[in-house]
Design a protein around this ligand. Structure first.
Ligand SMILES: NC(=O)c1ccc[n+]([C@@H]2O[C@H](COP(=O)([O-])OP(=O)(O)OC[C@H]3O[C@@H](n4cnc5c(N)ncnc54)[C@H](O)[C@@H]3O)[C@@H](O)[C@H]2O)c1
Ligand SMILES: [Zn+2]
Length: 366
């Protein structure tokens, strides 16, 4: 089996991410290697779209090695990261007889991963968790151990840190993913390059066509590299005290666009793509960015069919207000991750609001 591997180094919570075409067929072996026993019942959480293609094949291959599984299939979409769906899965887990040696398998994108991970983190005070990502964006959620559900008053407000035992990333699953979701995933891949790896950004530019067509070897490399950048940062800062903030490049703007999405209708990847472009413009304006950073940021994002221009219908004033409400702003002061160069970002605190507003106003007019 041809694959890329990466270990997320977190002491005794370290775990491997195995990436390759057709890996779901090797799930039993990979589970065994991760110490997941076939003695206890496993719970597979997945959504309706993913279930259609991948649930039965997974259950069958697991059954051949003596793994007993039960499945919870949720409705696709962010609204399933809710207390009521969490409650339903807990009930199904108890009724299926899951015990302390059982594991929860998240087969799906970031929604399934976050929800199933939170189930695993809290079922009987925490049981084993395995991720089987089926979206490109989920390369991001497969590193870091953040698991959560939403509260009606805010996203991801109920959660925990719970690291998976293993991540089994079958790149062939990405072939059924809608292209708009593929692009959204590439926004986070590009982000990981922009944060700390200029050579990776160049590689993403050179290979954009083949990657967009999901060439499996290149895709495995891109996922591996994206995960590696995040893993290096998370290893230094597992519980988000400092360095992990750098992963928010483009996100303060992006979250604001999403919060106002009743008007803009952007998905997360699209929102942060535009956010990264605006962050680059602010960086140029405050004089910390090398020449060409904006242009290069826009260029690489456009190669992956992502938007780079101001979202029509949003006003800079509304966006600034939404940015101040973002839970990552502390004490009302705006701290932004800004690029100094491609592959080098910094958290800048106390940025003058007027500068941010001016840059945004110019964007609206552009
Ligand atoms: N925990 C973290 O560190 C972290 C990081 C980033 C994002 N997230 C969370 O991830 C979520 C977004 O993740 P996402 O973009 O993967 O969304 P998602 O899980 O909703 O998947 C996107 C859509 O694609 C469908 N889908 C998934 N795999 C498919 C496949 N192989 N073929 C066809 N359709 C498929 C899904 O049913 C859904 O409709 C958000 O809730 C976000 O908060 C978490
Ligand atoms: Zn993100």
């Amino acid at each position: 089996m041809k694959h890329e591997t990466l270990t997320v180094e977190l002491g005794e919570r370290s775990y491997p991410i195995v990436i390759g075409e057709g890996l779901l067929q090797h799930a039993p072996k990979l589970l065994q290697e991760a110490g997941i026993s076939s003695k206890s019942q496993l719970l597979i959480v997945t959504d309706e779209h993913v279930a259609k293609n991948y649930l039965e094949p997974l259950r069958e291959v697991l059954a051949t090695e003596g793994y007993r599984t039960t499945a919870s299939v949720i409705a696709a979409g962010e609204q399933s990261k809710s207390l009521s769906v969490y409650d339903r899965i807990m009930t199904e887990a108890i009724q299926a007889g899951l015990d302390r040696k059982s594991a929860v398998l998240a087969l799906g994108g970031g929604v399934v991963g976050d929800l199933a991970g939170f189930v695993a983190a809290t079922y009987m005070r925490g049981i084993d968790f395995v991720q089987l990502p089926t979206t490109l964006l989920a390369h991001d959620s497969s590193v870091g151990g953040k698991v959560a559900i939403n509260h009606p008053l805010g996203k991801n407000l109920i959660g925990a840190f719970h690291q998976p035992r293993v991540v089994i990333y079958d790149t062939s699953a990405l072939h059924t993913l809608p292209k708009r979701e593929v692009a959204a995933g590439f926004a986070e891949v590009v982000k990981h390059g922009l944060i700390s790896d200029e050579a990776f950004v160049d590689w993403l530019k050179e290979n954009a066509d083949r990657l967009w067509e999901l060439d499996s070897e290149l895709l495995a490399k891109a996922i591996q590299r994206g995960c590696a950048v995040k893993a290096a940062i998370v290893s230094e800062d597992e519980t988000e005290q400092g360095k992990r903030a750098l992963l928010n490049l483009g996100h303060t703007f992006g979250h604001a666009f999403e919060a106002l999405s009743a008007y803009s209708a952007l998905n997360h990847g699209e929102a942060i793509a535009i956010g990264m472009c605006i962050a680059a413009k602010v960086a140029e304006r405050v004089g910390i960015a090398e020449k060409g950073v904006c242009e290069q940021t826009e260029r690489v994002l456009s190669l992956y069919h992502l938007p780079t221009k101001w979202p029509a219908g949003l006003t800079p004033e509304a966006v600034l207000e939404a940015m101040k409400r973002d839970k990552k702003t502390v004490g009302g002061k705006l701290a932004l991750v800004l690029p100094r160069a491609i592959g080098h970002v910094e958290l800048i605190k106390d940025i003058d609001e007027e500068i941010i507003l001016t840059v945004m106003r110019e964007e609206v007019e552009a």
